[in-house]
Ligand binder design. Structure first.
Ligand code: FAD
Length: 453
């Protein structure tokens, strides 16, 4: 009998295994594919490697404008993939080494929950005082839209060995706009179709507006507030028809309409685990309704992000280890979209904050006043939202090149319930983009430096 049996070796599952072993608990980690899961092999890491290659392509294009002789001569996808796979390979090896060194029993195979305290793999039963479900998610499609040939999800798009001439992207959320950004930089004619009224609809409205302006300027086409109806493909390309009657054709179609929980047929319902539309319901201690069964990562309703999975995995290990960790504040989880421009946010949007707190105040610092942003030739802003009652910051929203790197300070301020007066006296290095965050707080506390009041 193990202390913990973990089903799924992605961000949530392996983080739980590593932390539990540190605490001296005996752990079995079951994985049917590759240790590291979606994030390492088909998600965060490969997409960000492609985005980096895209940034280098843009730099080559833009060199002449600042006096550096350079030209963009095209993309060699074989080399790009070698680079991307090299990054994944090194991280994969490192992770395998970590798991090996921690005395975790690693089992390769497909597991199934056969009792509240047991998972079976190829006829072998692994029993635990606790079971952690961490089976992750899969790319969803729409009714009647079959993934095959030229109609693909991010899984296939990440392994393509050529650059298409044109692409339609169904879905203007994080994954959709990231692929649009990569492909545009690679020279693809891209059109995004989003059913909701704006791109990145989960972000603050002002961020969406600036994103749309930036994408228009980059020549990325998009249609918002229009719904997909049907798609056909032949050996030349794909044509999609929208509910408006309009049709669009391209060489391929990327379906990026969200991710569903991978929970079907794994025995969860049979063992009495409460579910909702395929997601596993867990309380704020990440316990399901079945004693001793926990759930972490993308199968638990909420933000589907790797760092949420890591934190939940660590939390459950500590909970089982008796450390009584503080519950995770879901609104305190940072969100970054790694497109060009980047988007980074934490806490509530202006609309959400108004609903939740009533009287709020917001301030937008334009990156135009920030030296480093001018050097990089980027535009955008940092928007702060605070409660009027006590001045506590309840939202930080940023857009512009590289702003993802600024989320660390923003999240400390948000999670420590900081005010503008707490942050304004802290010295920010000049010239950094980080300084823009400092300036925004200075302005909010009534003493703007490189900004109009
Ligand atoms: C294109 C893309 C880009 C992304 N970019 C980012 C990003 O930049 N930042 C970010 O934070 N997040 C990003 N994500 C999201 C991130 O990848 C997920 O939130 C994260 O991987 C979830 O971790 P998880 O442990 O819940 O699930 P997963 O990583 O999906 O891991 C689940 C594991 O369980 C295994 N498994 C499933 N069923 C069984 C079974 N029956 N038996 C044995 N093993 C099983 C699977 O093989 C898998 O390895 C991205 C996702 C995608 C698709």
């Amino acid at each position: 009998m193990y202390d913990i049996v973990i089903l799924g070796g992605g961000s949530g599952g392996y983080a739980c295994a590593l932390r539990a072993s540190q605490l001296g608990l005996s752990v079995v980690l079951i994985e049917q594919d590759k240790l590291g899961g979606t994030c390492l092999h088909r998600g965060c890491i490969p997409t960000k490697a492609l985005l980096h290659a895209a940034e280098v392509a843009d730099t080559a294009r833009e060199g002449e404008a600042i006096g550096v002789h350079s030209t963009f001569n095209g993309i060699d996808m074989t080399k790009v993939n070698e680079y991307k796979d090299g990054v994944i390979g090194r991280l994969y090896k490192g992770l395998q080494g970590l798991v090996k060194s921690r005395e975790i029993t690693y089992v390769e195979g497909t597991g199934r929950l056969v009792a509240p305290n047991a998972v079976e793999v190829a006829g072998v039963r692994y029993e635990g005082k606790n079971v952690v479900l961490a089976t992750g998610s899969f790319a969803r499609s729409l009714p009647g839209l079959e993934i095959s040939g030229r109609i693909m999800t991010s899984d296939q798009a990440l392994t393509m060995d050529y650059v298409p001439k044109s692409a339609i992207i169904l879905g203007g959320g994080v994954i959709g706009v990231e692929f649009a950004s990569v492909w545009k930089s690679f020279g693809v004619d891209v059109t995004i179709v989003e059913g909701l009224p704006r791109l990145v609809p989960a972000e603050d409205e002002s961020v969406s507006k600036t994103m749309e302006r930036a994408y228009r300027k980059r020549g990325i086409n998009f249609k918002t507030g229009v719904r997909f109806q049907s798609a056909t493909q032949d050996d030349k390309g794909v044509t999609i028809t929208l509910e408006s009657g309009e049709s669009i054709s391209a060489e391929l179609l990327l379906v990026a309409v969200g991710r569903g929980p991978r929970t079907e047929g794994l025995g969860y319902e049979e063992q009495g685990v409460a579910m909702d539309r395929g997601f596993v319901l867990a309380n704020e201690r990440l316990a399901t309704n079945v004693p001793g069964v926990f759930a972490v990562g993308d199968i638990v309703p909420g933000l589907q992000l790797a760092h949420r999975g890591f934190q939940q995995g660590v939390f459950v290990a500590e909970e089982i280890g008796g450390l009584k960790p503080a519950a995770i504040d879901e609104s305190g989880i940072p969100r970054v979209t790694y497109s060009e421009p980047e988007i980074a946010s934490i806490g509530y949007t202006e609309t959400q904050a108004k609903e939740k707190f009533g009287d709020i105040e917001s301030y937008e610092y334009n990156l135009g006043g920030n030296g480093k942003s001018q050097i990089l030739g980027t535009t955008g802003f940092i928007k702060l939202i605070r409660k009027k009652s006590d001045g506590v910051i309840v939202g930080v929203h940023m857009i512009g090149a590289r702003v993802g790197e600024l989320i660390g300070e923003a999240q400390v301020i948000y999670n420590w319930e900081g005010t503008a007066e707490d942050v304004a006296p802290l010295v920010h290095a000049h010239p950094t983009q980080n300084e823009a965050l400092g300036e925004a707080f200075m302005a909010l506390s009534g003493k703007p430096l490189h900004a109009h009041a």
